[in-house]
Every structure is written in C-alpha cells, then in structure tokens.
Design a binder for this molecule. Sequence first.
Ligand code: ADP
Ligand code: MG
Length: 276
Amino acid sequence: GEGLPRPAQTRIMVVANQKGGVGKTTTTVNLAASLALHGGRVLVVDLDPQGNASTALGVDHHAEVPSIYDVLVESKPLSEVVQPVPDVEGLFCAPATIDLAGAEIELVSLVARESRLQRAIEAYEQPLDYILIDCPPSLGLLTVNALVAGAEVLIPIQCEYYALEGLGQLLRNVELVKGHLNPKLHVSTIILTMYDGRTRLASQVAEEVRGHFGKEVLRTNIPRSVRISEAPSYGQTVLTYDPGSSGSLSYLEAAREIALRDPHVEQAQQAQQLQA
Ligand code: ADP
Ligand code: MG
C-alpha cells in the first residue's frame, strides 16, 4: 500500500465508546496496522487496563514492563515506554499493564489530571503520522485524558439493537471537553463494525447511523469475521494473520478513507481551490 497522502501534522484519534464489546480495540489495532502498511508511522496508546490492544499487537505488557501507567501517574517520558510492534514496520505501541486499573483513582489527586496524556504526547519527539488511543469502556479520567490529548474522536458502532443507545452521553462529554479543555476536539469518524450484510437489522442500523451522523460515517463497513476475532490470540492483527481476508481488506480500505479525509489536506485543497 503506497501512494496515500501523509498527514501534514500528526493526527491524534481517540477511539471511544463507553459501551464494551463494540469493537474499539479491534478497530484501533487493525486501523493502526493498516495505516502503517499504507506507509505511515503510527503509535497505538493502550489506555484500557485490560491491555487488549497491547495483547493484540503482540507487545510485552506483563506487570513489570514500563507502561502508559508510568507516563500518566509517574510522569515517565512516553519514549521510555513505547515499543515497536513485531512484524509491522512503522507501528508502535505504548502498552497498558494491570497497574492502569488503579490510575483512574490515582489521577484524581494529581495536578493537571485531565491533561497528563496530552503533555506526554507533546513532549514525544519521534515523528508520527497517526496516534490512535484505545479507550476503556467508561467515561472516567482515562477517557478524559484521551479526549484532551486528541483532536479527532473515532466512534466504532456495532450494528446491533441499541447501537445508538448511550452515544448521547459520549457526545455530551465530547462537547464538555471541547468547551472547557480542548477546542479542536470533534467527532471526525464513525465506523460500523461487526456488520452482517445478510441481516436486515444490520442494514437498518447502518441506515439509522448514516441518517444521524451523515458524512462522518465511513463508507467501508467492517464485516463480522471469524478471522478478525481469531487474530488477537496469536498476538497479531488480522492484517498479518490473514492478509487476504475480508476483514483485512475492509480495515485497509477504511484506513484509506481516513487518510484521504485528512482535515489538514482538506484545508489545503480548499485553499488551493479558492486561489484557482
Ligand atoms: P471493545 O474494545 O469495544 O470492548 P473489542 O474490539 O474487544 O471491543 O471487540 C469485542 C469482541 O468482538 C472481541 O472478542 C473481538 O474479537 C470481537 N470482534 C470485534 N470486531 C469483530 C468483527 N468485525 N468480527 C468478529 N468479531 C469481532
Ligand atoms: Mg477494548
């Protein structure tokens, strides 16, 4: 995968939805791998104490490994915890260990508790095209740190009953953080996951989501696929586990759409069109 535009500035995308099991982690790791395979330099920040993104990327995250907990709570530089992801050039991960389970409480009494991740990312000097932050299934201080650090919110929506339920709360939090802490924050991308094109329900949910959000919804839906769900147990993304599978191709295509929607590129193109 060559030939995709690289963003003018690092794009920081917060993968959030306070519902568990909607495909946040799966989308984070597979999109990140796809963007790296398209030629980008990509960092995954694992902000879920479960450490599922670290596991899926095959990155060491047992209790003694320097992790995002040390960055958030102990002010350790991000560069001291970032690990290269085996087998995918240009892909890196800041892992989560079990320590992170306590961070939600420990952060409460720290100064600048909402902006500790933002500060760590700002101090990180390695060039990156994308940072994808995998959030826990809650709207607590870990997710708030992600929303303060990022500019774009990416919401995975599972094509099931009640798909839109609870989204109002996430959107209100996005508005709150935007209003008080991070004016550039916005929902840039909605991705439909576990899509089963054979069912009426899936297409009804997709239609409802498109009606509700419009142009933020990616044209590419991620199909329900056994290969996608098997890959993490091998410490791999579906991109290396089964490169030709429908899941792999759909994440590559979704990544392409995202790369082509670069807000900075769009601004530059609009400026050019105005000049012409
Ligand atoms: P979250 O991070 O939102 O809790 P996960 O990404 O962990 O959600 O996904 C929840 C479960 O669904 C996992 O077991 C994962 O392997 C599975 N899964 C996610 N996306 C797909 C898909 N497109 N097809 C099949 N299974 C999927
Ligand atoms: Mg997860």
